[in-house]
Design a protein around this ligand. Sequence first.
Ligand SMILES: [Fe+2]
Length: 380
Amino acid sequence: MSTYKFAIPEIIFGRGSLDFVGVCSRRLGASKIFVVSDPGVEEAGWVDKVFAILRQEGLDFVYFNDVVANPRDYQVERGAALYRETGADVVLALGGGSPMDAAKGIALVVSNGGRIQDYAGANQVKNPLPPMVFIPSTMGSESNISQFTVITDMERHIKMTIISRTLVPNISITDPLLLGTLTRELIIAPLFDSLAHAVESYVSPIANPFTEVQSLKGLDLLIRHIRPALETLDMDDLEQLAIAGTSSGMAFTNASVGLGHALAHALGGMFDVVHGISHALLLPSVMRYNLPACTKKMATIGRIITGQEHTTEEATALAGIEALERLRDDIGIPTRLREILPDKTLLPKVSQNAEKDICLLTNPRTATWKDILNIYYGAW
Ligand SMILES: [Fe+2]
């Protein structure tokens, strides 16, 4: 039997759990908290709410909000400079994947020195990071659970994936009430990121019994609650989606992701394509490509998505992929790459970048840059 590992943060989950942010920060020894968020989360009122809780707890803090979607290397450097200047000692991230990934980048640079580029790849981090409390305001990235951060290198136009156990936050506080202030549009794209996490972690060559159960739980909850949640934005459904995201996050942080993420990172690095939109465009094509290498597992996925068994495993798997395509059409998200990227002449270059992405190492089927180009062309 192989040896397995399963690392996750302390998870606090539930409506109103945001109230624990002060106590949690204090428990980690905070005297000055470095809060990272962004203008969108400010607008929803959550930043002020966190400030009020921290004040009530008698905790000092500094605030950094210079973060955009697909957070950038220079933003990490600016944040690290402010952290050092102000003598902060705990990092608190509040928001979607972008502020959370930026916060990890800042925590990494202030504790290990150098530039964020020095840590690209797996296991390049030597020193422990400052304690981190993460509060997701949306689902999808699960950076609050994961040992990943993805930062854009603006000179090379690539998204660098950094993987290290030290990037797992100490405490993750998921309060589903935060999802209640999102519009339908803001929820859709991250849902496809979560679907990609569930599917890719399940078929990963380093999946294990502890990750597989979380992948399938996440997928099942996503399939059952996406449509009703998007129809009514009902809190019960949103809460189930938050559980689904957390499950998928627990799976992929330990089993990693694959080809779909390599393709999404390359598109995001060169064209700033929203991560979840890339998955909506590419996930079915990636599943078709991987099918011959993991037919049995893809049939399990198909069975969960459709609730049906067909005469062969391949047919069951294909029915699942087709059902995902219908879901995509029904909920109204871009379905062709050309809608996002009218010019396809740069796709060979994008494919070469994708071929270098570390996530390809954990894809069940090898893919050359030409295979990748064919997938991009197919989705175009
Ligand atoms: Fe992702």
